[in-house]
Design a binder for this molecule. Structure first.
Ligand code: CAA
Length: 382
């Protein structure tokens, strides 16, 4: 067992860190203030191969896998959580399930464009009455000849308006609960997708550069050969996919937490009170020590879960543990970072104000904190 990143992973980490420092860090506050989707940054991330990390080489991806993706996501999120979530959702919630469950024709049709960044992916599971209770899908897909006609409303769709491909879940059998759900590949460039309308765009507390929209399906037509997996397998695909997604969000949390720690260390050395740098006070030192320790522990949980997933092993509980712990650690780090900065941390003059808002979502999306506890407890109790 060894804990250092292998050479190739460390090179990838350095590339991501340089990209984050030069392209994301100088712009992140502005994208947040203007609620502007970081389109140019996503295009540059694509050039570096960061949009095809879970796509097999045969379809134009780098096939580097989940551990490498975590390493990249930590670096991106350290600078800009809006870019970070966009890249995470694209790789872990769209490319991964397509590569894993797609037919040859589906993979050939979508994976090369996803890997190159020509199209962005979105994952659409949540509905007004299907949040934590994701199996309570009300959107209905009716089979008519060689296509499905879908009606209903989906919400909280990350990149929903930016995406060329939406992995959309809908009920195909009203008599069943989770076994009555199917997964659809909705090609937004296809004229039959005219029935997919972009609804409300959310005004959010944090990750304001990331786009979060409602999707209204009004006689949305999807060819029957665009069902991912078998009809009725949609919910299992959704949850298997979220095992990977949760590792991505846990990486996001580690990245935001690290940004909080690094900003706090810098400020503790600069800010003078009572004739010395505040970092000379034990009260500040203990905060920094706790932040660093929790973030290291979080990273180890994240890397373990990603390593298991890369080996093809079930990692449902480990992914939930990583997300639960990392998101809590990020929020504690953000809280302490604002405290260390005092009044300055409560203003937009310092980035910790943004980190504090961005950290909050990591406890909510891709399964709220208590859902992670539920998943972990189920694995313990059987
Ligand atoms: N992998 C594969 N299959 C799984 C699975 C997994 N991780 N977890 C469960 N399953 C299977 C179960 O074995 C079961 O199959 P059988 O009936 O054959 O045994 C089936 O799926 C149904 O599972 P449950 O009975 O456990 O289902 P449930 O209704 O009790 O729900 C839940 C479980 C854990 C609460 C689930 O609903 C859940 O995770 N809720 C949270 C939803 C969520 O995370 N939403 C995120 C939205 S996406 C988002 O936020 C993305 C974004 O844009 C950023």
């Amino acid at each position: 067992m060894h804990f250092a990143l292998e050479n190739e992973l460390d090179l990838i980490r350095q590339t991501a860190a340089e990209f984050a420092t030069s392209e994301l860090e100088p712009n992140a506050a502005r994208w947040d203030a203007e609620e502007r989707f970081p389109r140019e940054a996503i295009a540059k991330a694509a050039e570096l191969g960061f949009l095809g990390m879970t796509v097999p080489e045969a379809y134009g991806g780098s096939e580097l896998g989940n551990l490498a993706l975590c390493v990249v996501l930590e670096e991106l999120n350290r600078a800009c959580a809006s870019t970070g979530v966009t890249v995470s959702v694209h790789n872990s919630l769209v490319c991964t399930p397509l590569a894993k469950f797609g037919t040859e024709a589906q993979k050939q049709k979508f994976l090369p464009g996803l890997a190159s960044g020509e199209i962005l992916g979105a994952y659409s599971l949540t509905e007004p009455q299907a949040g934590s209770d994701a199996a309570n899908q009300q959107t209905f897909a009716e089979r008519r000849g060689d296509e499905y006609v879908i009606n209903g409303t989906k919400i909280w769709v990350t990149s929903g308006d930016e995406a060329g491909l939406v992995l959309l879940y809908a009920r195909t059998d009203r008599a069943e609960r989770s076994k009555g759900i199917s997964a659809f590949l909705v090609d937004r460039r296809d004229p039959r997708s005219a029935g997919l309308r972009i609804g409300t765009k959310e005004k959010k507390m944090g990750i304001r550069g990331s786009s979060t929209v409602e999707l209204v399906c009004d006689d949305l037509r999807v060819p029957a050969d665009h069902v991912l997996g078998k009809p009725g397998d949609g919910f299992k695909i959704a949850l298997d996919t979220l095992d990977g997604g949760r590792i991505g969000i846990a990486s996001q949390a580690v990245g935001i937490g690290r940004a909080c720690l690094e900003a706090s260390i810098k400020y503790s050395k600069e800010r003078q009170q009572f004739g010395k740098a505040i970092g000379d006070f034990q009260a500040i030192q203990w905060k920094l020590a706790d932040m660093a320790t929790e973030l290291d522990a979080a990273r180890l949980l994240v890397h373990r879960a990603a390593w298991l997933r890369d080996r093809g092993e079930r990692c449902t509980a480990q992914a939930a543990m990583a997300k639960l712990f990392a998101s809590k650690a990020a929020n504690r780090a953000a809280d302490e970072a604002v405290q260390i900065h005092g009044g300055a941390g409560y203003t937009t003059d310092f980035p910790v104000e943004r980190f504090f808002r961005d950290a909050r979502i990591t406890e909510i999306y891709e399964g709220a904190t208590d859902i992670q506890r539920l998943v972990i407890a189920r694995s313990l109790l059987g």
